[in-house]
Design a protein around this ligand. Structure first.
Ligand code: DX5
Ligand code: ZN
Length: 215
């Protein structure tokens, strides 16, 4: 099966958001990846609901929203209202993750959990079966254009084992430093969705680059 490609809009040209959304619409990408950063959970601030609403106006594909914010449970209804289809929160940022998942699903969205590079996959043992998506961070969250962390392959394989063992339906997604140099090895390890920001948007031909990532 070909992987889901989710171009990260963080690397788009914000002065030409409509143009870049239309590029993703015309490409083989399945999702738009939307990074929300609060300057507290991560040392950077990206964008919030008004910008996501604008992306949603032009996007013809689901919005895969990755919250890098503390206490993400405060804003679940707001992210639904601006167009999120998948809402992913960090394990490290949500004290009552099971309750957060229930609230996300009650709004009709898919619920995802993200793990920082230092967080072991084993912490998901009792929540994996409830997850629609598990996002393995392959860089420390906060910035695009960082170097891929090699330990990710092992974590993806461990996540696949956990998903199979717990009868979870979760999609395994990898985010950070993804390029055509590591995509195949990630897919072979069990990744089903790949986020790519700078590799796609800095390419001469982003549409061809998205197809190349799909393999
Ligand atoms: C990092 C974000 C990523 C980022 C990926 O904190 O979660 O989604 O946009 O960008 P690249 O592909 O450039 O590493
Ligand atoms: Zn992300």
């Amino acid at each position: 099966m070909k992987p889901i490609i989710a171009p990260s809009i963080l690397a788009a040209d914000f002065g030409n958001l409509q143009r870049d959304c239309e590029m993703v619409n015309a490409s083989a990408a399945e999702w738009f990846h939307i990074d929300v950063m609060d300057g507290v959970f991560v040392p950077n601030i990206s964008y919030g609901m008004p910008v996501i609403s604008a992306i949603h106006t032009h996007a013809k594909k689901p919005l895969d929203v990755h919250l890098m914010i503390v206490q993400p449970e405060r804003y679940i209804k707001e992210f639904k209202a601006c167009g999120a289809a998948i809402l992913t929160v960090h394990y490290e940022a949500s004290t009552h993750l099971h309750r957060t998942f229930q609230a996300i699903k009650a709004e009709g969205m898919k619920a995802g959990v993200a793990l920082n590079p230092h967080t072991p996959v084993s912490v998901l043992e009792d929540i994996a079966a409830d997850a629609d998506l598990i996002l393995i961070m392959s860089v420390n969250p906060g910035f695009g254009g960082q170097k891929f962390i090699e330990n990710t392959y092992k974590k993806v394989a461990q996540t696949k084992e956990l998903v199979l063992r717990t009868n979870s339906k979760a999609i395994i997604e990898v985010d950070g430093g993804v390029t055509s140099a590591n995509a195949k090895q990630l897919i072979d390890a069990g990744a089903q969705a790949l986020v790519a920001g700078s590799f796609v948007f800095s390419a001469k031909d982003p549409i061809a680059t998205i197809s190349e990532l799909r393999g």
